[in-house]
Design a protein. Structure first.
Length: 383
C-alpha cells in the first residue's frame, strides 16, 4: 500500500434536508452530536494502530454539514487524528460548510487549528432557486460566509454550484458563476441536478409542484460553465471541478487517482490494500457499535483485479490527465492499450476519447457524455 494516505471524516448531520438530497445525512439529530464526536474519536483511536504506517497528506471533513458541530467537537476530532497518525507538515485539511452554519469565530478557530481549505455548499446565488431547492441559506448569507472565511485567512475557498435546479434559468446560472468569480473563489465544483428516487423533489415534480429546466436549457447551463470558468482563469481539472492554478482539491484527486484513503464515521468508506470497507450508515448503530468496541464496518469488499482496473480507468478518465499507460502498467502489470484495445478503438471512433503520447483522455464530447465512456470499461459480468 502507498503510505501517503488521505483521511475522510463523515459528519452526517444537516439542519434540514434539501429537497433533492439522498445522501446519508440526517436532520433533527442535534442531541447526539456529542456522542457522535466521541464515537469518531474512539473509532480513530481504535483503528489507528492497524494503520500506523500511513503518512497522512490530506484530511477532509465532509457531510452532511460538518460545521453544525461545535468548534470544540471538530477540533477534538482533528486533534485525535493528529495525535494518532503521522500527519505531514504540508497536509491539506478541508472542511465542508454551509452558509448560515458558521460565523467569524468558528472560522477563525478552524483556521488556527490547521484547516486550510473550506468548501461551501452554495449551489446558487439566487434566492428563489435556493428556496425551491430547500436550501437553508440566502444568497446574501453565502456572500457573507465566503468573505468571512477569506478574512479569517482561508486562501483556498471552494464553492459548489448546481445547474438544472427547479425554476433555474440560464441567467441565474450565469449570475452564480459571475458572483463566484467576483468573490475570487479559488475552486468551483459544478454539478448538474440528478433527481433521486424517494426525495421530496421527485414527489414535487411528479405532482407538478416543481418544474425543471428543459434539456436544451440544461445543456446550455452546462456549456456556460465550460466556457465562462476557463475564460476567467479556472481550469477544468476534472469533469465537475474547476480551479485556479495550485488550488485543486488534493484530497479529491486521491479518489480519481485510485489512491488509498481511510474513512471514519457512519457511512464512511475506506479504500486500501485492494479492499473497500463501508461503515454502517445508521448513526445510532454506528455510535452503539463503536461504544461497544464492535467493528462498525457493514460491508467489506475485496476488489478483484478486473474490477480494480476498470475502476482505475474510469476514475482516471474523469481528470484532464486521463490515463497514463505507464502508470497503469506499473500498477497492474498489464498493458492498458492491449487489454482495452477494443474499447479504445470504439471510443476513439466515437470521438469520446483522444490519444496523447503515452495515454488517453476524454475529449470535450467525452466530458459531456462521460457515463458512456465509463460503462465501456466495466468488467463484462457487471454490465
Ligand atoms: S446540505 Fe448537503 S448533505 Fe445536507 S441535505 Fe443538503 S445536499 Fe444533503
Amino acid at each position: 500500500m502507498t503510505d501517503l494516505t488521505g483521511i475522510y471524516v463523515h459528519i452526517p448531520f444537516c439542519r434540514q434536508k434539501c429537497f433533492y438530497c439522498d445522501f446519508p445525512s440526517y436532520a433533527g439529530l442535534d442531541s447526539v452530536f456529542d456522542d457522535y464526536a466521541a464515537a469518531l474519536r474512539r473509532e480513530i483511536d481504535r483503528r489507528s494502530g492497524l494503520l500506523s504506517s500511513c503518512r497522512i497528506d490530506t484530511i477532509y471533513f465532509g457531510g452532511g454539514t460538518p460545521t453544525l458541530l461545535s468548534s470544540h467537537a471538530i477540533l477534538s476530532i482533528l486533534e485525535t487524528l493528529q495525535r494518532r497518525f503521522t500527519v505531514l507538515k504540508d497536509v491539506e485539511i478541508s472542511i465542508e460548510a454551509n452558509p448560515g452554519t458558521i460565523d467569524k469565530e468558528k472560522l477563525r478557530s478552524l483556521r488556527s487549528a490547521g484547516f486550510n481549505r473550506i468548501s461551501f455548499g452554495v449551489q446558487s446565488f439566487s434566492d428563489s432557486v435556493l428556496q425551491s431547492a430547500g436550501r437553508i441559506h440566502t444568497a446574501q448569507q453565502a456572500v457573507q460566509s465566503i468573505r468571512e472565511a477569506q478574512a479569517a485567512g482561508f486562501a483556498n475557498v471552494s464553492v459548489d454550484l448546481m445547474y438544472g435546479l427547479p425554476g433555474q434559468t440560464q441567467k441565474d446560472v450565469l449570475f452564480s458563476f459571475q458572483q463566484a468569480i467576483r468573490l475570487q473563489i479559488s475552486h468551483i465544483s459544478v454539478y448538474g441536478l440528478k433527481v433521486e428516487e424517494g426525495t421530496p423533489l421527485e414527489a414535487a415534480l411528479h405532482s407538478g409542484r416543481a418544474v425543471l429546466p428543459d434539456e436544451d436549457d440544461e445543456l446550455a447551463m452546462y456549456e456556460l460553465a465550460t466556457r465562462i470558468l476557463p475564460e476567467n482563469g479556472y481550469f477544468r481539472y476534472e469533469i465537475s471541478n474547476y480551479a485556479r492554478l495550485g488550488s485543486q482539491s488534493r484530497h479529491n484527486l486521491k479518489y480519481w487517482r485510485y489512491l488509498p484513503y481511510i474513512g471514519f464515521g457512519a457511512a464512511a468508506c475506506s479504500f486500501f490494500d485492494n479492499e473497500r470497507l463501508t461503515n454502517t450508515p445508521d448513526v445510532m448503530d454506528y455510535i452503539a457499535m463503536v461504544r461497544e468496541n464492535r467493528d462498525p464496518a457493514a460491508v467489506r469488499e475485496r476488489i478483484e483485479a478486473g474490477t480494480a482496473m476498470a475502476e482505475y480507468a474510469f476514475l482516471a478518465l474523469r481528470t484532464v490527465q486521463g490515463i497514463c499507460f505507464a502508470d497503469f502498467s506499473d500498477r497492474f502489470q498489464v498493458q492498458f492499450e492491449s487489454h482495452y484495445a477494443e474499447q479504445i478503438d470504439r471510443l476513439l471512433h466515437q470521438q469520446l476519447i483522444c490519444q496523447y503520447p503515452g495515454g488517453i483522455r476524454l475529449t470535450p464530447l467525452g466530458m459531456k457524455f462521460g457515463n458512456l465512456v465509463f460503462a465501456a470499461f466495466l468488467p463484462k459480468k457487471d454490465k
